[in-house]
Design a protein around this ligand. Structure first.
Ligand code: COA
Length: 410
């Protein structure tokens, strides 16, 4: 078995092998991979080949920027196009590709890798843990009234737009660079969000609203006329308005967009496809039970490749000290680190002090963005707390300014 990087000219073979692994052959080979696959970075694709040179496995990585708690932007490899031909499964090909890929990411100086998992059983063994979550919120339109904000000094938004803002409905093709610019502003402050490289928008690769599929886009503009949010949606039978993405640069803009779609005529229900845990929208409904949460699922999985670099890169919101004993069985590594947070900055150094928590790399990936409480994994029997109070301290330390969320599909 050989694993090698692809080069120009390999794209068709790579894409054909991915299609075969996923069991979804297109009618005819798509030259140049088609819109979606042409977003691949050819120097970051791997092919696994048999001794006689037949391609049987694929894996690739995109160069993304990930927003960490504290509005810190760091490079992250977005692992994608992972597949092994059905005829060659359970022979260790994926494991070999993962090993190869992690070594390559480190050689590039990257310290975080992320992915979306087709099945939740695959990636934990390679050190990835689920780190962000998302759910659908369905609201019947006749129950969709929003409550008047109770905090003093918070204005209730008018029927369309936030204070002095406006909403305009555009077709996807009319949006020009607006969506890209708004998304880019949004993702810089949202922990867990990924950049969408310009190339993706230009190719209209990926899921709505960047796919070529027809969509309406409600674009919100502030009083100065500058776009600061959008909701991309479609209306299907039976009277369901489905919002793929609600991207807002602040909460008032989100509320204005929610109010707009919830007030849409000739619609019986509105489905928000991607709502993170603890999102205020449910609390904004006058009838708390009007919003039905379903399809609660993991989204972004995270793997750390360098614990001190990763822990010092993110922002922290309270002072504290923890000794973490981290086991990385896939890479056969082990480290014990003293994490000290002072004035929102962390220091992380090897130590031989007694640990507060012992954990597997996958569990560190899960808690890293603040979307999974360490105490939950202690209670689940995955993280070991060595003293009373250690889990509660870890919960308080790792928490982010708000739930991490990623709605980018790759
Ligand atoms: C997922 C996939 C890539 C695994 O490839 P593979 O070469 O068979 O994996 P490996 O042989 O290296 O398996 C390593 C271990 O993971 C386990 N494993 C692999 N895929 C698994 C799955 N889908 N569910 C549960 N366990 C799985 C294997 O049993 C093996 O366990 P072991 O070490 O205890 O024996 C392959 O099944 C595939 O192409 N599936 C369809 C496409 C897909 O879902 N890709 C993932 C996209 S995110």
């Amino acid at each position: 078995m050989e694993i090698r990087s692809t080069a120009d000219g390999d794209l068709d073979v790579f894409v054909d092998t991915v299609h075969a692994a996923f069991g979804r052959f297109p009618e005819a080979p798509i030259e140049g991979g088609g819109l979606w696959w042409s977003a691949l970075e050819i120097d970051r694709c791997l092919l696994a080949l048999t001794a006689d040179g037949r391609p049987v496995g694929t894996a690739a990585a995109y160069s993304f920027e990930l927003t960490l708690p504290g509005e810190t932007l760091v490079p992250a490899a977005g692992v994608t196009a992972v597949g092994v031909l059905p005829s060659h499964r359970r022979q260790g090909i994926l494991s070999a590709m993962m090993r190869h890929q992690l070594a390559e990411l480190r050689a590039r100086g990257e310290f975080l890798s992320v992915l979306l998992a087709s099945e939740a059983q695959i990636y934990g063994r390679f050190g990835y843990g689920p780190a962000t979550y998302t759910a659908r919120l369905t609201v019947p339109r006749h129950e969709a009234a929003l409550a008047v904000p109770r905090a003093r000094g918070v204005a209730d938004a008018p029927a369309t737009g936030s204070a002095n803002g406006s909403v305009e409905v555009l077709r996807r093709a009319e949006c020009g660079e607006i969506l890209e610019e708004v998304y880019d502003r949004y993702r810089r402050t949202q922990p867990g969000a990924l950049s969408r490289p310009h190339r993706w928008w230009a190719l209209r690769a990926g899921q709505p609203p960047i796919s070529p599929a027809p969509r309406y886009v409600a674009v919100h503009r502030g009083a100065d006329g500058v776009p600061d949010g959008y909701a991309s949606y479609s209306i299907g039978e039976p009277g369901t308005l489905t919002v793929d993405e609600t991207i807002a640069t602040d909460d008032a803009v989100f509320t204005a967009l929610a109010r707009f779609v919830l007030g849409h005529d000739l619609v019986s229900q509105v489905v928000f496809k991607h709502v993170p845990p603890e999102h205020p929208l449910r609390w904004q409904l006058a009838d708390f039970r009007a919003g039905e949460v379903s399809g609660d699922t993991d989204w972004l999985w995270v793997r750390l490749l360098d614990v001190p670099r990763a822990l010092t890169a993110r922002g922290w919101f309270m002072d504290g000290e923890l000794v973490l004993d981290v086991e990385d069985p896939f890479l056969g590594e082990h480290g014990r680190y003293l994490l000290t947070v002072r004035d929102s900055k962390a220091d992380c150094v090897p130590t031989d002090r007694e640990p507060d928590l012992s954990l597997d790399m996958r569990d560190l990936g899960s808690v890293y963005l603040g979307g999974t409480a360490p105490s939950t994994l202690v209670r689940a029997g995955h993280i070991r707390a060595h003293r009373p109070g250690a889990a509660a301290l870890a919960d308080a330390l790792f928490r982010a300014e708000r739930s991490p969320h990623c709605l980018h599909w790759f």
